[in-house]
Every structure is written in structure tokens, then in C-alpha cells.
Ligand binder design. Structure first.
Ligand SMILES: Nc1ncnc2c1ncn2[C@@H]1O[C@H](COP(=O)(O)OP(=O)(O)OP(=O)(O)O)[C@@H](O)[C@H]1O
Length: 132
């Protein structure tokens, strides 16, 4: 599905080609970004705990929303780093600093939102399990 030896700089010609590049992007995130691997492990834990506690459909929607929100924020953070590193050639630039700090702030906000949703959904259920 991937396109590893590909030096394509033109537009994709068909859907499968576009999907191949999108798949390459996801694989690159998992291989190269430590924070992304952490997010994936946290997401898997949330899914396992949600399955164990038999949470409701509405709760699953919240969990899935915050999981993919954090993933999306991390993807945009990596895009920002790649583009700003290319433009600045790794030289100090106040705008690069702002772009990277803002992108990282977006990841932090999404992660805090995910933690809040996890606490709201899981804590009462764990509490009910303990005092049962
Ligand atoms: N070229 C630059 N000019 C100015 N500040 C920079 C530059 N590169 C990095 N910084 C500063 O250093 C911080 C960390 O940089 P960067 O995000 O590239 O590294 P990182 O910690 O490896 O990121 P991540 O963990 O998300 O992969 C940025 O948030 C920014 O404040």
C-alpha cells in the first residue's frame, strides 16, 4: 500500500494512490514520533477499560472523539515541525518558535480534554465497582 521509493511531486492520479500516501503518513507517525506511540497506548488502554466496564454508546462516542482529537492534534504538530524546520533550516526564528509552541499547546489542550473525559466516564464506574 505504501510508496517508499517514490519521489512523486505531482498530484495523485487516483484514490488508491492518495490512500497509499495517507497510509505512509500514519506509519511514519507511529515509527518516528514517540509521543504518538504514547497516545496510541493511552487510547488502547481507554478502549480496554471501556470494554471491561461496558460503558454506554454515548460514552464510547466521547472516548472515540477525544482519542481522534488527540491523534489529529499530534499529526498537525508534526506537520508544523516538519514545515517550520524546512523553512528555518534549523536556525533560530521567533516565528518558528511561536508556530511550534502553539502546535504543542494544541496537543496539550486536546490531551487535557481527553483526561477530563476519561475521568468523568471512568471514575464513577470504578467507584461503583469498589463500593459494590
Ligand atoms: N528553529 C527554531 N527556532 C525557534 N525555536 C525553536 C526552533 N526549533 C525548536 N524551537 C523551540 O524548541 C521547542 C521544541 O522544538 P521541537 O518541537 O522541534 O522539538 P521536540 O521537543 O522534539 O517536539 P516533539 O516532542 O513534539 O517532537 C519548540 O516548541 C520551540 O519553542
Amino acid at each position: 500500500m505504501g510508496s517508499h521509493d517514490n519521489h512523486q511531486v505531482t498530484k495523485n492520479h487516483h484514490l488508491f494512490q492518495a490512500m497509499g500516501h495517507a497510509f505512509d503518513g500514519i506509519v511514519a507517525m507511529l515509527r518516528e514520533e514517540r509521543n504518538m506511540r504514547f497516545h496510541v497506548i493511552a487510547a488502547m488502554l481507554a478502549v480496554i477499560v471501556g470494554w471491561y466496564l461496558r460503558i454506554s454508546t454515548a460514552d464510547w462516542l466521547w472516548i472515540l472523539l477525544v482519542i481522534f482529537l488527540v491523534f489529529a492534534a499530534e499529526f498537525l504538530n508534526t506537520v508544523t515541525e516538519a514545515v517550520t524546520d524546512l523553512l528555518s533550516n534549523h536556525h533560530y526564528d521567533i516565528n518558528v518558535r511561536k508556530a511550534k509552541d502553539v502546535a504543542a499547546g494544541g496537543v496539550l489542550l486536546a490531551a487535557l480534554f481527553a483526561v477530563a473525559v476519561g475521568l468523568i466516564i471512568f471514575v464513577p464506574r470504578f467507584y461503583a465497582l469498589i463500593i459494590r
